[in-house]
Design a protein around this ligand. Structure first.
Ligand SMILES: *[C@@H]1O[C@H](CO)[C@@H](O)[C@H](O)[C@H]1NC(C)=O
Ligand SMILES: *[C@@H]1O[C@H](CO)[C@@H](O)[C@H](O)[C@H]1NC(C)=O
Length: 704
């Protein structure tokens, strides 16, 4: 028999191993936040009972309050809204304290009354628990709480929440009321959902922050974090650690699943009277409500597999745990567990031939010691699938009999882990569109020299300029870099994230400002970093003749240094070939878009030195191999290009010295602009320096 085949890690997030984002649990509860919309005025009580009120308050009053400058009120409303999540605990407890299951059995005419008693007990428990939570304040209740109207633009709300917009408001409100630590925490939570390039930075150095406090991502999702770790161990062939992490990930998955389901007790669709009105009868209404909740619960599979800021879930997410595990257990010689996991995987994909073969292999390996037929699929998967199937059946029955609109999702694409081209991410927008885009606008600064256009660079939407910086400016930036650089910046502190042969260091605008403000580098130098990036932005916007504002999406000062003793004849790259706003798949000639990276429209790299060897910037074809243009960095040189599939690029190995540059990414979409920048715009600078503290810069999210 062939050796068991290995679960292919394609399904990890593209760019895994690089900073991945914790999941925002996109709860339906969260959806409520903006669903009410500003058209619906808050009803005047400050502490609502049950989530609809707080979220209504968030949508109406907090936003209103913060735009009216009443930040204390905004904080209060926002805190309340976010704390609703904590009420989940009540639901959890009451689920255990007042089980509906006791109503079962016995039969006879009293059955329904017993069920009603259990139902009332559950409701009473939840009611009381939430009141305790809220303190003793009298609570106005709205009988119409359930009568909320489902917004027609649910997708917008979903997006806004996936971008954690509430946290950006919260952060602003905190900072205005001088609660800096909390502001930083909210900012961090926001940033985690608004990270940057897969092969470029998240904002990790902000974790040690301005306030020195260790920040927590309030929406971090343990199951995804463990999963990410597990896949990393697996890829490193460290199977024992992979097993531990996958097991932990599964445990956390089921915890998160329970929580996700509880949120469905407040599903916004209950209020959709249009659907219920047609079926007025008692049982029809109950069945309708029940079905809505079931649909909501059923969709938790999708919610739990989705990273924050991303629209599509990781495909085949839950089953993959078992696939990875079966191979890992096989690797450490535990065939019983390997078989249990392989069988568990088959519950999801009974026809998967690779795993079927693995099952046969494990069976024959075990034959001598145990009867393989006594080894069942893992219990957690069995229970899960049993319920999942039953849910599907019931929902389908509701669809057919009650006319509830619903289309079952394909929760785990069957092609599963072993085929490469099954990723269903959105395709990059067409090349043709790019070709027609104009370029050649004015360079704005007389000292800036034009070098090459797209054609001379053998591509589209590219340009090369010289003398964007003076020698003096290069020197000043260079001398600042050595003092503010953070190893592995943007890569969660990993020192050599892109190639093992080089050390990677970086610094964000915020870090530069912070160091400047604290006097650790000349404030003037920090300001220079800020100003040259703005200059670059203006040039790019003008040259590519963009008729709408180009916003910063991220700015990063980066240096690459070969590690000593490394071979001179390297054939690795300093930065592997990639496109900036999509995930290049050279085999299929496609480039897959996923937000937030997909929001990037233009990129620029501004060089500040040439006293190193190697390190040429290269453009390649879609094959990632054919070099179509090569650029030798030097002080003041700037290459800029559109961020899409038309411009795959990378950096050749740096073999001697240190190569430093300012990397800039821009977006035309204000939703994705760089958070820390706008508040620190030129108006905050006086002759004496920075008039606002970097804390403020971090924490005041620009109002739009
Ligand atoms: C911007 O406007 C100019 C003049 O109207 C036009 O020629 C150019 O194509 C526009 N640029 C873009 C990117 O649409
Ligand atoms: C563009 O391609 C030509 C022909 O292959 C090559 O000679 C030239 O160096 C390329 N341009 C750049 C900037 O690399």
């Amino acid at each position: 028999r062939a050796e068991p085949s290995r679960a292919d890690p394609w399904a990890r997030l593209p760019g895994a191993g690089l900073p991945l984002m914790p999941l925002l649990q996109l709860s339906l509860l969260a959806l409520l936040v903006l669903l009410g919309g500003s058209a619906r005025a808050a009803r005047g009580h400050e502490r609502g009972q049950g989530p609809p009120q707080p979220f209504e308050l968030l949508s109406n009053r907090a936003v209103e309050a913060s735009s009216a400058g009443d930040f204390e009120a905004a904080v209060r409303y926002l805190e309340q809204a976010l704390s609703s999540r904590r009420r989940l605990r009540c639901r959890l407890e009451c689920g255990a304290r007042a089980p509906l299951g006791t109503a079962r059995g016995g039969g006879g005419p009293a059955w329904e009354l017993r069920f009603l008693r259990a139902l009332l007990e559950r409701a009473r428990c939840a009611h009381r628990c939430e009141r305790e939570d809220e303190g003793s304040r009298p609570v106005e209740r709205h009988a119409t709480a359930a009568a909320r109207v489902l917004s027609r633009s649910a997708e917008d709300v979903r997006l806004a929440f996936q971008k954690r917009m509430p946290y950006s408001y919260l952060q602003q409100a905190y900072s205005q009321t001088n609660q800096m630590e909390k502001a930083a925490e909210a900012a961090y939570t926001f940033l985690m959902a608004n990270p940057e390039h897969m092969a470029v930075p998240s904002h990790d150095e902000n974790t040690e922050t301005v306030t020195g406090a260790k920040l927590v991502d309030r929406e971090a999702q343990l199951h995804l974090e463990h999963y990410r770790d597990a896949v990393e161990h697996y890829e490193a062939d460290d199977f024992q650690l992979a097993i531990e992490s996958f097991e932990q990930a599964l445990k956390e998955y089921f915890v998160a699943d329970r929580e996700c389901r509880l949120l469905c007790e407040w599903s916004q669709s209950y209020g959709d009277h249009d659907k219920l009105a047609k079926t007025d009868g008692f049982y029809e209404v109950i069945a309708g409500l029940y079905s809505q909740r079931l649909i909501c619960e059923h969709d938790c599979v999708r919610e739990l597999a989705t990273w924050p800021g991303q629209l599509s879930p990781i495909e085949n997410f839950l089953p993959l745990h078992y696939d990875y595990l079966q191979f890992s257990y096989y690797q450490v010689g535990n065939y019983v567990k390997a078989l249990e996991c392989a069988r568990a995987y088959l519950l999801f994909h009974p026809d998967d031939e690779d795993v079927q073969d693995n099952v046969k292999y494990y069976e024959s390996a075990l034959e001598e010691s145990v009867d393989p037929q006594t080894i069942k699929p893992r219990e957690d998967a069995t229970i899960f699938m049993k319920r999942h199937k039953l849910e599907s059946e019931l929902i389908m029955s509701a669809v057919v009999n009650l006319g509830i609109p619903y289309t079952e999702q394909n929760y785990w694409i069957h092609d599963g882990g072993r085929q490469e081209d099954s990723q269903a991410l959105a395709l990059c927008s067409g090349l043709a569109q790019q070709l027609s885009v104009p370029a050649g606008g004015p360079l704005l600064y007389s000292h800036v020299k034009f070098v090459y256009n797209s054609k001379q660079l053998n591509g589209t939407q590219r340009m090369l300029l010289d003398d964007v910086l003076s020698e003096e400016e290069c020197r000043e930036l260079r001398s600042m870099t050595s003092r503010i650089m953070l190893a592995g910046s943007g890569y969660q502190g990993e020192v050599s994230p892109l190639t093992p042969n080089e050390k990677f260091e970086g610094a964000t605008i915020l870090r530069a400002l912070k160091f400047g403000y604290e006097g650790r580098v000349p404030l003037k130098s920090a300001r220079l970093f800020y100003d040259v990036s703005e200059k670059a932005r203006k040039i790019v916007q003008s040259y590519f003749m963009l008729n709408s504002t180009l916003y910063f999406s991220f700015t990063h000062l980066v240096c690459r240094t070969p590690l000593s003793g490394e071979p001179q004849n390297r054939d690795d790259l300093s930065h592997p070939i990639h496109a900036d706003n999509c995930f290049l798949d050279s085999d299929t000639n496609e480039c897959w878009k996923e937000f937030p990276l997909a929001a990037r429209d233009y990129s620029a790299i501004l060089y500040m030195n040439e006293d190193f060897e190697g390190g040429e910037f290269i453009f390649t074809g879609m094959d990632s191999q054919t070099v179509t243009a090569s650029i030798k960095p030097k002080c003041g040189r700037m290459v800029s290009f559109s961020s899409g599939r038309e411009n795959p690029h990378g950096v050749k190995a740096v073999t001697k010295g240190q190569r430093c540059a300012v990397a800039l990414w821009f977006t035309l979409d204000p939703l994705y602009r760089e958070l820390v920048r706008s508040p620190c715009d030129a108006s905050q600078w006086s002759a004496a320096g920075l008039t606002c503290s970097p804390q403020k810069c971090l924490s005041s999210f620009p109002a739009s």
